[in-house]
Design a protein. Structure first.
Ligand code: AMP
Length: 446
C-alpha cells in the first residue's frame, strides 16, 4: 500500500476577488493575482479599457460610491476578498463600510487612511511616535504663513494638507515664491484639501519608497522601489502622480533597511496599535535618506502608482494569499513573496499637457504583444463605441519590463514604447537614470 507522507495542504477558499479602482495599479494587482490557480474571477470596479484583457478579469462599471448598489452587486458574487486600490475611497471609509457588511477587505479603514488623507495629522502622529521626519508648521492664515516663511532658518516645502492626487506639493526657490504658493493654496487652489497648509523644512537626499503589507500587527516588506515624480527629464518641472519607476532600489543596504525597520516602520505600526487603529492593508513609506539618516516624507495608505505596476511582475503566485492573510489578521511576516531575482522598470506614457490640462479620447495603437517579461498595463484608458481603446486620462499606459539588469529592462521598455502611439503621447526618456549604467543626461536614449 502506498502511503503518502506529504502533509496535506488545506487552502482556504480564495476564488473570487474584487479590486476597487480604475488605474494601472489595479490592473497590475489583477494581473499578479490571476496567476494563482485558486483564483477563478477578478472583478474590477470599475476597471478601465485594459482590465478585461487580463485573464479571469471582468470590469463592473458601477460607481463604488453608491454603497447600496455596490452591496447589491457584490452579494451574489461569493466574494472572498476585496482590495481597495485608490486613496479617496479609503479616506472616505469604504473599507469600514465593506467590513461592516461582512466582507474581508485589504485596505485600511478611515482612521488608518488618515496617515495619507491629512498630512498634518500624519506629521503629529510621527512627532508623537518619535519617527524621524522634516520640521514642520501647520498654517491656515496668510499672516501666520508670512511670519514663518520669513523667519525659517531653512528653505521650505509647501504642501496642501489633504488629498491632491500627488499635485499638492511645491518646492519653491525663493521666500517670495513660497509665500505666493502658500497664499494660492489657502485661497482655494485645492479646495478643502488646502484649508490647512503644511510648511516643511526642505530636506535632501535620495528618495526611496518602501511598502509594508500589514495585518494590524505584523508586516511584510515588498521590494523597495523608486519613482520619478517630476514631469520633465532630469527630474525637473511639475510634480505628477509618477512618470516611471524601478525596483528594487540598489541604494539600500541590508543594514540601512534594518535601521528603517527599527526607527520608522516598527514605531509606525506600534503607534497605530497604540491608537487602536487596526491597519490591514499596505502602508507606504516615502523616505528620504538624508545625511542624518532616513526621514519620512510621507505615508500613503495604498500601493503607489506606478511603483505597484513595477513591483507586481516580481511577485510570487502566493501574493494573493498574503493579501488574504493581511485582511484576516494572520500574517506571519516571514512569507516569501518574490518569484524572480530580476529587476523591473516601468515607464509611463502620458497625455501631452499632463499634469495640467490635457485632452482625452484619442485612439491608441499597439504593435506589440505582451510577452513573459513585458507588461503593458492600462492606466487612463477606456473603450469607445467602435470598440477601440482610447486615452482617458493624464497617465495612459504603464510599460513594464523585467531583465537581469536595469539597462536591459529600460532598453526593452523604450523599444516597446516606440511601437505604441496616440495623439500627444509623452514620456520621459530618462526613467531609471540612477540605475542605468549606459545612461547619461543629455543623450537621446529614447
Ligand atoms: P509627497 O507628495 O509628500 O511625497 O511629495 C512629493 C515630492 O516632493 C517628494 O517625492 C519629494 O521629492 C518632494 N518633497 C516632499 N517633501 C519634501 C521635503 N520636506 N523636503 C524636500 N523635498 C520634499
Amino acid at each position: 500500500m502506498d502511503i503518502n507522507l506529504k502533509p496535506k495542504v488545506v487552502y482556504e477558499k480564495l476564488e473570487n476577488i474584487v479590486i476597487i479602482g480604475n488605474g494601472g495599479r489595479e490592473n497590475s494587482l489583477a494581473w499578479a493575482i490571476q496567476k494563482n490557480k485558486q483564483i477563478k474571477n477578478i472583478f474590477l470596479i470599475p476597471g478601465n479599457g485594459g482590465s478585461e484583457k487580463i485573464k479571469k478579469c471582468q470590469s463592473l462599471n458601477l460607481d463604488f460610491e453608491n454603497k447600496s448598489l455596490l452591496i447589491k452587486t457584490l452579494a451574489p458574487l461569493d466574494i472572498d476578498l476585496i482590495i481597495i486600490g485608490p486613496e479617496i475611497p479609503l479616506a472616505k471609509g469604504l473599507g469600514d463600510f465593506l467590513r461592516s457588511n461582512n466582507f474581508l477587505v485589504f485596505g485600511p479603514g478611515k482612521d488608518g487612511a488618515k496617515l495619507e488623507s491629512s498630512k498634518s495629522w500624519a506629521k503629529s502622529f510621527m512627532k508623537e511616535a518619535n519617527i524621524p521626519t522634516a520640521e514642520f508648521w501647520k498654517v491656515s492664515s496668510i499672516e501666520e504663513s508670512e511670519s514663518i516663511i520669513y523667519s525659517a532658518p531653512f528653505p521650505l516645502v509647501v504642501k496642501a494638507d489633504g488629498l491632491a492626487s500627488g499635485k499638492g506639493v511645491f518646492i519653491p526657490e525663493t521666500k517670495e515664491e513660497t509665500l505666493k504658493i502658500t497664499k494660492e493654496i489657502i485661497k482655494g487652489k485645492f479646495g478643502e484639501s488646502g484649508k490647512i497648509v503644511l510648511l516643511e523644512e526642505k530636506i535632501e537626499g535620495p528618495e526611496i519608497s518602501i511598502f509594508a503589507l500589514c495585518d494590524g500587527k505584523k508586516y511584510l516588506l515588498l521590494p523597495s522601489a523608486q519613482d520619478h515624480k517630476r514631469i520633465e527629464e532630469n527630474d525637473k518641472g511639475l510634480n505628477t502622480g509618477g512618470m516611471g519607476a524601478y525596483s528594487p532600489t540598489p541604494i539600500l543596504s541590508n543594514s540601512e533597511l534594518s535601521i528603517i525597520c527599527k526607527d520608522i516602520i516598527e514605531p509606525t505600526i506600534d503607534e497605530l496599535i497604540k491608537r487602536n487603529i487596526d491597519y490591514k492593508g499596505v502602508l507606504y513609506f516615502g523616505l528620504m535618506i538624508t545625511k542624518s539618516g532616513p526621514k519620512v516624507i510621507e505615508y500613503n495608505s495604498r500601493f503607489g502608482d506606478p511603483e505597484c505596476q513595477t513591483i507586481m511582475p516580481l511577485m510570487d503566485i502566493n501574493f494573493v494569499n498574503i493579501l488574504h492573510k493581511c485582511a484576516k489578521g494572520n500574517l506571519k511576516g516571514d512569507e516569501s513573496i518574490l518569484s524572480t531575482s530580476k529587476v523591473s522598470g516601468c515607464v509611463i506614457a502620458a497625455s501631452k499637457g499632463y499634469p495640467e490640462n490635457y485632452e482625452v479620447g484619442y485612439p491608441i495603437t499597439f504593435n506589440n504583444e505582451e510577452f513573459k517579461d513585458l507588461q503593458i498595463f492600462h492606466s487612463g484608458t477606456s473603450i469607445n463605441e467602435k470598440g477601440e481603446i482610447i486615452t482617458n486620462g493624464g497617465r495612459v499606459l504603464s510599460i513594464v519590463c523585467q531583465a537581469d539588469d536595469f539597462d536591459s529592462a529600460f532598453n526593452m521598455a523604450y523599444k516597446v514604447l516606440k511601437t505604441i502611439d496616440f495623439s500627444g503621447i509623452y514620456y520621459r526618456k530618462d526613467i531609471g537614470h540612477q540605475v542605468r549604467k549606459n545612461y547619461s543626461f543629455g543623450e537621446n536614449n529614447g
